[in-house]
Write a new protein. Structure first.
Length: 257
């Protein structure tokens, strides 16, 4: 079986002591493709270095994370645009981008502006967008609806909303990124996953955060993707092989591999 982790922060500080081991472990567990969303300019070199070290397995994205939208956000967006336009550089997605209303509400307008700007970058370069949402699902849906772009494609990362929200997101041209939350005892996500066709799902870890059961409370790793696939297979009364086949094809088609 071949799996894809569509959202892995393998360049994060949490992996500084054993990054190579973590990447090799993922590959050994069948997680052949790992996509690396950027956070802000301070991570450019880390994302680039890892993707250069493992060019057949780690694939870089470019974007400005909503929690990094501060007073200098326009300078950050300028750098994002410059990286995307740079000759010889290849990115596989615009991400991660979005709206975060959990940590602060001081930059709501700036986050919306940055989000819309980067959505436009996705259209301009024909790249999928990878969308972060925290306490902002309906806000993001409204912004996506307002843009009315028919050629949009991407993933609603770490989805944990309602079935109604899931159906709206799918209707807007996006897939749902399903991670470790689907394995949590009190999660409502299994009820949503049960009703959504596999053709609309991608697998992700968001490592080093949100590890699936039985690793909750530990550092998350891309190697745990099969645990997420196994849970989805149980929910949908199918085989893990079927989940792997369909979600892998979904991801590779979306990211152009």
């Amino acid at each position: 079986m071949i799996f894809v982790d569509t959202h892995a922060h393998l360049y994060a500080d949490e992996f500084d002591t054993d990054r190579d081991r973590v990447v090799r472990k993922a590959i050994d567990n069948g997680v052949t493709f790992m996509f690396l969303p950027n956070i802000d300019t301070t991570y450019f070199d880390r994302v680039s270095a890892l993707s250069n070290q493992y060019p057949a397995h780690c694939f870089p994205m470019m974007g400005l994370h909503p929690t990094s939208v501060k007073e200098n956000y326009r300078d950050e967006l300028t750098r994002v645009a410059e990286e995307l336009a740079a000759p010889g550089k290849k990115f596989y997605g615009i991400g991660e981008i979005g709206i975060d209303h959990h940590w602060s509400r001081n930059f709501d307008e700036e986050q919306a502006e940055a989000f819309l700007f980067q959505l436009d970058m996705g259209i301009k370069y024909d790249l999928p967008v990878v969308i972060h949402s925290r306490k902002a699902v309906d806000v993001i849906i409204d912004l996506l609806d307002r843009q009315k772009e028919q050629s949009r494609k991407g993933i609603f990362h770490c989805f944990d909303g309602s079935l109604e929200q899931a159906q709206k997101i799918i209707s807007l041209g996006l897939m749902l990124g399903i991670g470790g939350i689907v394995t949590y005892k009190n999660s409502e996500l299994p009820k949503v996953v049960k009703e959504v066709d596999l053709e609309h799902l991608c697998l992700e870890t968001d490592c080093p955060w949100l590890p699936p059961v039985p690793h909750r409370g530990e550092r998350n790793e891309s190697a745990y993707i099969p645990l997420i696939a196994k849970k989805i297979a149980e929910i949908k009364h199918t085989t893990i092989e079927n989940v792997a086949r369909i979600t892998t094809q979904n991801a590779l088609t979306l990211f152009g591999l």
